[in-house]
Design a protein around this ligand. Structure first.
Ligand code: 2PG
Ligand code: MG
Length: 436
């Protein structure tokens, strides 16, 4: 039984306030901390901020905290819903209490913390690990699949101060034989990349962006990918480590064109067709296995056109905002082949699982993601195993809030193996992980 719910402001990895939730049951106190994005989709559930310029420059979250303590908490305690069996009903209650389509009333940052903490409490009440509880909730089958970690080692876009338009350049160790080996290989590449950057641009070039990747003074996509090729080769992992890009292109889509110079003094607008050509040339030159948000959230026609002939997993982030309505729309429009899953885009765990299961029904993949403003909460590590998505991105192998997820996944892999469970590392089959 839930006996108390307390919320308090804490800091996220960018130093902005966020909501921390403590939920008490007879089994203990269960905590959740809510993440926050920078390149947010227009249709994401609403993150409630107070807007008072004298308090965290408008970013304080007292309204959300007030809503947890005075509206959600009392209603949830009174409902008598049980955390071990009623996650879906709890989430439905939260949605009903809010009463809007996008959680604008109570705030997704208020609601999500409660939903996450209920799942943690539910797992404890049922005597399960969180990933096991989430597996039960999602209906995923065994064997356990450990994900390929996609490490964002070169940061650009709105996550860094360099001139690179593309937001994320990731390395994906598909050739590893286990999750922990994948982490070791990628971390070695990261260290090689650091040396290469120091040699090429000087020591000041190894400052890092929001997600722990380096942010050297480069601007062009091929410069980033060439650096990755070099680092992977120096680490001795050619062929075993592939690449992925998230340009986060909604951020630089203006008046029908994509301005690759949006962080530079010189504009460099590309038509959607020119941008498609650029992607095709990058895909043919580099070992890229996944492309996320190559087009803007409202440029559906380009998505559909590109998807006809896209040889790699095509992931919708801003396009889908973890919302089954847009997943369905994208399916109808044949716009992409995978859904990015960010729990705070939709605001409850049940809705995130539902959107993921709909994506699976369409034969798509699901890619679990952190936010650029993160916390040390490692919920999504359990989620990726419980939902069997086969791949996760949580930034570089650097910064506490990023490695918290990778470390938790190493722990899960160790525990599953120690228990004698069948554990499969998704490897090159990450896109088909739910069907392995
Ligand atoms: C993205 C994310 C996470 P943000 O675009 O995929 O990497 O960034 O949290 O800023 O939306
Ligand atoms: Mg994205």
């Amino acid at each position: 039984m839930i006996t108390a719910i307390k919320a308090a402001p804490r800091l996220d990895s960018r130093g902005n306030p966020t909501v921390q939730l403590d939920l008490t049951t007879e089994h203990g106190v269960f905590r959740a901390i809510v993440p926050s994005g920078a390149s947010t989709g227009a249709n994401e559930a609403v993150e409630l901020r107070d807007g008072d310029p004298s308090n965290y420059s408008g970013k304080s979250v007292h309204k959300a905290i007030h809503n947890v303590e005075n509206i959600i908490g009392p209603a949830l305690i009174k409902s008598g819903l049980r955390v071990e069996t009623d996650q879906k009903k709890i989430d439905e209650l939260l949605i009903a209490l809010d009463g809007t389509k996008n959680k604008a009333n109570l705030g997704a940052n208020a609601i999500l913390g409660v939903s996450m903490a209920c799942a943690r409490a539910g797992a404890a009440a049922a005597g399960l690990e969180l990933y096991e509880f989430l597996r039960r909730e999602s209906g995923a089958k065994k064997p356990y699949v450990m994900p390929v970690p996609f490490f964002n080692v070169l940061n650009g876009g709105v996550h860094s101060g360099n001139k690179m338009a593309f937001q994320e350049n990731m390395i994906a160790p598909v050739g590893a034989s286990s999750f922990s080996e994948a982490v070791r290989m990628s971390s070695e590449v990261y260290q090689h990349l650091k040396q290469i950057l120091t040699k090429q641009f000087g020591a000041s070039a190894v400052g890092i962006g929001d997600e722990g990747g380096f942010a050297p003074p480069i601007s062009q996509p091929h410069e980033a990918l060439d650096l990755l090729v070099e680092a992977v080769s120096e680490a001795g992992y050619e062929g075993k480590i592939k690449f992925a890009i998230d340009p986060a292109s909604s951020e630089f889509f203006k008046n029908g064109t994509y301005d690759l110079g949006f962080k530079d003094d010189a504009p460099n607008p590309l038509s959607p067709e020119q941008l498609m050509d650029l992607y095709h040339s990058l895909l043919s030159k580099y070992p890229i296995v996944l492309l996320e948000d190559p087009f803007a959230e409202n440029d559906w026609a380009s998505w559909t056109e590109f998807c006809k002939n896209c040889p790699v997993e095509l992931v919708g982030d801003d396009l889908l905002v973890t919302n089954k309505i847009y997943v369905q729309e994208a399916h109808e429009k044949k716009a992409c082949t995978a859904m990015l899953l960010k729990i705070n885009q939709i605001g409850t765990i049940s809705e995130a699982l539902e959107a993921a299961n709909l994506a699976y029904r369409y034969g798509w993949s699901v890619f679990v993601s952190h936010r650029s403003g993160e916390t040390t909460d490692d919920f999504i590590a359990d989620l990726v195993v419980g939902l069997r998505t086969g791949h996760i991105k949580s930034g570089a192998p650097c910064r506490g809030e990023r490695v918290a997820k990778y470390n938790r996944l190493i722990e899960i892999e160790e525990a599953l193996l120690a228990r004698g469970e069948e554990v499969v590392y998704a490897g090159a089959k990450f896109s088909a992980a739910s069907r392995l």
